[in-house]
Ligand binder design. Structure first.
Ligand code: DLZ
Length: 211
């Protein structure tokens, strides 16, 4: 029987020609790491090549909409100005000036992959990942609202699918459960990153058809 919740029966889309960006917040890193893992597995299952996945990080979820917007805009500029592997190297160089040590590692991967024929096309989809856990103040509500609206605005303004990988949970246990990690209750739950990866592949492929 089909599950009540979730995206339904997995459909096969060929993501082998896609270029996908991922930007994730660093707050609540245990949950984030597992979600990121799920996304990567799912992108690989959808055929997206490792060298065509670019990962960036930001401090917290609040920074996600801006990062997505800039990542996409810079991929467009580099694509139109270079049209080759040099564009990706330039992209990495540009990003280095504002990146953390983690990002340097990621960008190192991007630079070396440029030599292996990685795509320099604009991103076909970008996945934004963050985990907001409700605290004692109104922080949660303000950030959740701002990020949700910001990501929606970004995808409509930029005309690129932005996958909403933001968990807005009341407890850490709920977050672990949704990242496929067994919490105190022992139930492993489901890694939502798997769904976000396949949503990116589906939307990336469909968008090309809708262009
Ligand atoms: C400040 C803050 C708080 C309280 N909680 C979270 C959280 O649960 N998840 C998350 O991703 N980020 C959190 N942040 C950080 C903000 O998103 C943001 O990085 C800072 O307010 C700086 O703009």
């Amino acid at each position: 029987m089909a599950p009540l919740k979730g995206p339904g029966e997995a459909r096969k889309y060929d993501g082998s020609g896609l270029r996908v960006g991922i930007v994730h917040a660093r707050w609540n890193s245990k949950i984030i790491d597992s979600l990121l893992d799920g996304v990567k597995k799912s992108l690989a299952a959808g055929g997206v090549k490792d060298e065509n996945i670019v990962i960036q990080t930001v401090p917290g979820s609040y920074e996600l909409p801006f990062a997505v917007q800039r990542m996409y805009a810079s991929s467009q500029i580099q694509s139109s100005s270079s049209g080759g592997a040099g564009g990706l190297v330039q992209s990495a160089t540009d990003l280095l000036s504002s990146s953390s040590a983690t990002d340097l590692t990621n960008l190192g991967t991007a630079v070396s992959s440029a030599n292996k024929g990685a795509s320099t096309a604009p991103f076909d989809a970008i996945i934004a990942i963050g985990v907001l856990i409700k605290g004692e103040t109104m922080h949660f509500e303000y950030i959740a609202d701002a990020v949700s609206h910001g990501l929606m605005r970004t995808q409509l303004d930029a005309n690129v699918p932005v996958v909403f990988g933001l968990l807005t949970v009341l407890t850490e246990e709920q977050g672990l459960h949704r990242a496929g990690i067994a919490g105190e209750k022992g139930d492993q739950g489901h890694n939502h990153g798997l769904d976000w990866g396949s949503a990116a592949v589906e939307l990336g492929v469909k968008r090309r058809g809708w262009a």
